[in-house]
Design a binder for this molecule. Structure first.
Ligand code: HAM
Length: 423
């Protein structure tokens, strides 16, 4: 039996690549336009980094990490997210000595052993940013704005921004106590998963998709936003104001606590209305304690990460996934091996000039090569045999208009250049 890809992993097929390139190009443009620099970190790190960074009791660390011992006996983990790795790099390479503020972006694969379903994979991809060094609401607003800009720029229509503040760690501990006291009388009415989460991390109750659990929370859970310190409140109001002045619409969602332990103050998510149960297109927030927790100097930070596969699913659902594929500027059909040899130098020169040149490598008949050129939607086609090589002229046919012209070999670049299409 042939070997198949592992459950929860997916090939990005050649005909799917143009859409991936489109998404990655938009990210690169949006992030670079705000002067973010790209960072690439290793795919695996010491397990301890994620355990300390994300939190021992988070779903990711307790259930979902791909962890293994290498031959030297060291515990390693395939990265389940970027933030901890980026902060590890920040601390290790003393970024703070270069400048007080760092704006970084990334894109790449991540690994979580979750139950695969639509929009939830075991190897998936994220793009995202981490803004390290500013405690001010301007930083939160910039990060949220850039996340929104990506979805606007790729042309996605049906998405909405949810924001919240979960305050500082001290206030949150007080809130967690209050939450536990308020919900204890209703313990038996919660689903088994929520009942388990009661003691481990009661904030996770807000993630439950069960409608009756959500109703219990609506009826009995105090709102975290009613228990913020005056400073945290002022910070959150300013973030909202900065979004307002840009005309960015949002819903304040006091249940948005997020599943990773490092968050402080602002949290946010963008949800795709066209997605099913896995509707979070992206998520992020402020994490002012993480740098210090991972061994660096106390440094505030804020960021977000977004699932590429979920964005692609959303684009497909809105039928805006049709990104034109690359096509040849010129298809050179050759009649025999000598002719193929004869065109090679010209072929390389034209490719160096930026033209996309396709040739036949299957020694096909002229008819089959013409079919191939049409299938690949080549702009021009030319058939080269001993005659063309000897005379130094060739016939160039525009496959769109059917027009043909006789030109000299050395005029090829000019002829193609006249109608160079950029895709
Ligand atoms: P996260 O909410 O775990 O946050 O993941 C961010 C996004 O990654 C999700 O909204 C979703 O689009 C995508 N995603 C997560 N898990 C999967 C999966 N199994 N399959 C497909 N897509 C998935 C973080 O990772 C934080 N590091 C975000 C952050 C950056 N916070 C501050 N800075």
């Amino acid at each position: 039996m042939s070997i198949k890809a592992i459950k929860g992993t997916k090939d990005i097929l050649p005909w799917e690549s143009p859409l991936w390139h489109h998404v990655e190009t938009v990210c690169r443009e949006v992030f670079s336009s705000a002067f973010y620099q790209e960072i690439r970190t290793p795919v695996f790190e010491k397990t301890e980094l994620f355990a300390r960074g994300i939190g021992e009791f988070s779903d990711i660390v307790s259930k979902e990490m791909y962890t293994f011992q290498d031959k030297g006996g060291e515990w390693l983990t395939l990265r389940p997210e970027y933030t901890a790795s980026v902060i590890r790099s920040y601390i290790q390479h003393h970024y703070e000595q270069q400048s007080p503020l760092h704006k970084l972006w990334y894109v790449g694969p991540l690994f979580r052993q979750e139950r695969p379903q639509a929009g939830r994979l075991r190897q998936f991809h994220q793009f995202g940013i981490e803004l390290i060094g500013s405690e001010y609401p301007e930083a939160d607003a910039e990060v949220i704005t850039l996340a929104c800009e990506i979805y606007q720029k790729v042309g996605l229509r049906e998405w909405e921004l949810h924001i919240n503040s979960i305050g500082n760690t001290k206030d949150r501990l007080r809130y967690i106590q209050l939450l536990a006291e308020s919900l204890k009388p209703h313990f038996d009415a919660f689903c088994p998963v929520c009942r388990k989460r009661f003691d481990i991390n009661i904030l996770r109750l807000f993630d439950c998709k069960n409608k009756s659990c959500q109703k219990l929370l609506d009826d009995h859970a105090p709102k975290i936003t009613d228990h913020l310190s005056p400073e945290d409140n002022a910070h959150f109001e300013q973030v909202c104001k900065l979004l307002d002045v840009q005309g960015i619409t949002y819903t304040i969602n006091p249940k948005l606590v997020r599943g990773l332990d490092y968050y402080t103050r602002t949290t946010f998510e963008i949800k795709g209305k066209q997605l099913g149960a896995q509707d979070a297109l992206c998520g992020g927030g402020r994490y002012d304690n993480l740098v210090e927790e991972l061994g660096g100097k106390s440094t505030p930070a804020v960021g977000f990460a977004a699932g590429v596969e979920r964005l692609i699913l959303a684009l497909e659902a809105e039928k805006i996934a049709d990104v034109p594929a690359s096509r040849p500027d010129l298809y050179i059909a050759t009649l025999d091996v000598e002719s193929y040899q004869g065109i090679l130098k010209t072929c390389t020169t034209l490719r160096h000039q930026g033209f996309v040149i396709e040739t036949d490598l299957l020694r096909r008949s002229v008819k089959a090569m013409m079919r191939d050129a049409n299938k690949k939607q080549a702009q021009y086609v030319t058939v080269i045999g001993p005659e063309e090589l000897e005379s130094g002229t060739l016939t160039l046919k525009n496959l769109q208009t059917g027009e043909t012209s006789q030109i000299a070999w050395n005029e090829l670049g000019k002829a193609l250049g006249k109608e160079r299409h950029t895709l």
